[in-house]
Design a protein around this ligand. Structure first.
Ligand SMILES: [Zn+2]
Ligand SMILES: [Zn+2]
Length: 271
């Protein structure tokens, strides 16, 4: 069994292609499930350059995935996912949106530090050397809080902060391990996100060190490409499968209607 649980489409404004092109690519690769996890709508036109609007969610994303899931039934399972934000100060809005809609799974991702109204973005931003070290701790503290709010099924790219360069101090490691403990105690999965292999980091999110700590805690794993183009579906999954074998006892979590099951992972034959 092999799946790709992290994909975006043109609806996120910085991706390309229609959701059906992603499904077709997944089918061609021999994936058993494809999860669509578009960036969630946010209130007040927040960060609209990188996400669908509420109107687009209701008019396009939600109905289209339902239609396609039906259309492809028996050939590939199409899951309705969401990449949700974790952003203190917008919690009530985020929570309500998730509760009011039917998802197979919700990925919780930290793309902004700080709080609603005074966010520090992790994309298209530059920070000084001193700030970066502090941001690492803030980032893992946010990951910890995102696990403890019990709103998400999967924690997305849990060491994304390394995009600014890996920093490792005892304090940073401690905050990371605290976050993993919270993920374990809330029984949440983390993803092995292969998109870092397409970027300067040349590494998965998270990398091996964190995966080892996660493995020591028996944290469940999922895998996702974070594809922003149809051809990126399943990209570098040979690496992801090897990591699941090494750090996840060869098992991945599947989600349907927010219920988790675990299955043995298989290789992607067409990769
Ligand atoms: Zn993300
Ligand atoms: Zn994403």
């Amino acid at each position: 069994m092999i799946v790709d649980y992290h994909t975006h489409t043109s609806l996120c404004k910085h991706g390309e292609g229609d959701v059906e092109e992603y499904i077709r690519k997944a089918l061609a690769l021999g994936l058993d499930e494809i999860g669509c996890s578009e960036h969630m709508p946010m209130p007040d036109g927040f960060d609209l350059r990188h996400r669908m609007s509420l109107e687009e969610y209701y008019a396009s994303y939600a109905p289209r995935i339902s239609v396609l899931a039906e259309q492809y039934r028996g050939r590939i399972a199409v899951r309705r996912g969401l990449e949700a934000e974790f952003l203190p100060g917008a919690d009530a809005w985020i929570e309500k949106f998730i509760e009011e809609n039917d998802f197979d799974y919700v990925i919780g991702s930290v793309h902004f530090l700080g709080k609603w109204g005074e966010v520090k973005p992790l994309f298209h931003a530059e920070y000084s050397e001193q700030e970066i070290e502090r941001l690492h701790i803030e980032y893992f503290e946010a990951i910890c809080a995102s696990a403890m709010c019990r709103r998400y099924d999967i924690i997305g790219h849990c060491d994304l902060i390394k995009k600014f360069g890996i920093r490792s101090t005892p304090k940073i490691e401690e905050s990371c391990r605290e976050a993993l403990k919270a993920i374990r105690s809330e029984d949440i999965a983390i993803e092995i996100n292969t998109s870092g292999l397409r970027k300067a980091e040349q590494d998965t999110y998270p990398g091996k060190k964190i995966l080892q700590w996660a493995s020591d805690l028996n944290i469940p794993l999922t895998i996702g490409s974070d594809a922003h183009k149809p051809e990126q579906v399943g990209l570098f999954f040979d690496r992801a499968v090897a990591l699941v074998e090494e750090f996840g006892r060869g098992r991945i979590s599947l989600f349907e209607r927010r219920q988790r099951t675990e299955v043995r992972i298989s290789r992607l034959e067409a990769a």
